[in-house]
Design a protein around this ligand. Structure first.
Ligand SMILES: Cc1cc2nc3c(=O)[nH]c(=O)nc-3n(C[C@H](O)[C@H](O)[C@H](O)COP(=O)(O)OP(=O)(O)OC[C@H]3O[C@@H](n4cnc5c(N)ncnc54)[C@H](O)[C@@H]3O)c2cc1C
Length: 386
């Protein structure tokens, strides 16, 4: 039996970023089921940080997390983890009100967002379809950051190990029992681990992990998203393109290593699994690229799908379960788990160690009652209000 102060189940961005914080307080053991870190959602993300997504709490956590990406801490590693990349949102005539609403939502967090016309849209990305039924206006946000998921995962794992704690791959928790003041976890391989605090950072599997521990679920719904990768036409320079979105939420694309990543921004209910793209969603993605741009898809170079897991109010959840001593939820990061990870990790540190709410988060509109698991329990007045 390996003893620790904190056991973290899940070696995705949530578990690793929280573990790096908790390792300052005692011994942490991260148990990751797969052989590679970030094999599921964290390794399938398009890895962007921007203010165009999520509710107020998510945008507040995004803002709080920015300095971390711009200036990672000592010992995080030498690989770059973020580079500036603008975002644009394009709107047709019927979507101008939606464009205004988005601009107002983003204005709380950045004053750099500008309304732009067709000429500027085309200067930023010459292949977008404009005029008539297509884009007639856009929003330009120069403050986007393209994150490097692999470097982030490795950087957090490095901090954990440097503090004398452990990140163990290929350790799938198969049973979880509360014995005395500790949670005991037995892996599929028969190894046993024990700690007074168990952090459930199992991504799409978080409700299943809770069930294993006899803890009531929080109502997590994994939703599948599809990405295809296509080559640009020969000779076309795409490196300077921004991250291009439709304001209606049915298309995005961005340049990545000389190719174009495209999504129909789908959210298909799925089970916790090794998600794979469906034929229909792949075809829809190619169709949307041809609708929103003048590009023609002749070959799909690569495709994948990943799960974005949400609770009812789409706000990430962190906190001890009121009915299970020492059982800490860290789940429901939806489509923003990378860009909010530094803030969520600071929240985990505060709540799991009895520290104060992280400085500056409340001023950005992020309060404990928005993320507590208790808001999701049936009968809770907050659950009713959301
Ligand atoms: C296509 C796509 C695009 C996205 N784009 C962005 C973006 O631009 N910006 C952004 O911020 N976010 C984005 N996201 C969302 C982001 O990827 C997720 O919010 C984030 O990765 C969730 O992290 P996680 O650690 O909770 O989950 P995961 O990375 O899935 O980690 C959970 C881990 O728990 C492990 N696990 C499960 N059960 C057990 C068990 N019994 N024992 C041990 N380990 C277990 C799993 O193997 C898994 O590795 C995107 C997601 C997708 C799919």
């Amino acid at each position: 039996m390996t003893g620790a102060d904190f056991l973290v189940l899940g070696g995705g961005i949530a578990g690793l970023s929280a573990a790096a914080r908790l390792a300052r307080y005692g011994k942490v053991v991260v148990l990751e089921a797969e052989e590679a870190l970030g094999y599921h959602s964290s390794g399938r993300s398009v890895s962007f940080s921007h203010f165009g997504i999520g509710n107020g709490a998510v945008r507040g956590m995004t803002a709080w997390s920015r300095p971390f990406f711009e200036h990672p801490p000592e010992g995080f590693g030498d690989s770059p983890i973020a580079r500036p990349m603008a975002t644009i949102y394009m709107a047709g005539e019927a979507q101008l009100a939606a464009l205004d609403a988005l601009a107002a939502d983003m204005a709380t967090y950045t004053d750099a967002v500008e309304r732009i016309g067709v000429e500027r849209l085309l200067a930023l990305c010459p292949v977008v379809r404009t005029g008539g039924d297509h884009a007639v206006a856009g929003l330009y946000d120069p403050t986007g950051l393209k994150l490097e998921a692999a470097a982030l995962l490795q950087g957090f794992a490095r901090l954990v190990r440097a503090a004398g704690s452990q990140v163990l791959n290929g350790r799938r928790a198969a049973s979880i029992t509360r014995r005395g003041d500790a949670w005991e976890v037995t892996t599929e391989g028969g190894e046993m681990f024990s700690a007074p605090i168990l952090v459930n950072a199992a991504g799409a599997w978080a409700d299943r992990v809770a069930a294993m521990a006899g803890v009531a679920p929080i109502g997590l719904q994994p939703k599948r998203r599809t990405i295809i990768v296509v080559d640009p036409p020969a000779g076309m320079e795409i490196a300077s393109w921004p991250f291009v979105h439709s304001v209606g939420g049915d298309f995005y694309m961005l340049p990545e290593a000389g190719q174009i990543l495209v999504s129909p921004v789908d959210e298909v209910d799925d089970e916790p699994s090794d998600a794979a793209p469906e034929e229909y969603d792949t075809a829809l993605t190619a169709y949307q690229l041809e609708q929103y741009t003048t590009l023609t898809v002749t070959r799909i170079a690569h495709r994948w799908a990943g799960l974005r897991s949400f609770v009812a109010d789409r706000t990430p959840t962190a906190g001890f379960d009121a009915d299970a001593p020492g059982f800490f939820w860290l789940a429901g990061q939806g489509g923003y788990g990378l860009q909010t990870a530094p803030a969520m990790a600071a929240i985990v540190e505060a709540l799991a160690t009895g520290g104060g709410w992280p400085d500056g988060l409340e001023a950005l509109g992020v309060r404990p009652e928005q993320i507590t698991p208790e808001r999701l329990r049936s009968g809770s007045s907050q659950a009713a209000a959301t």
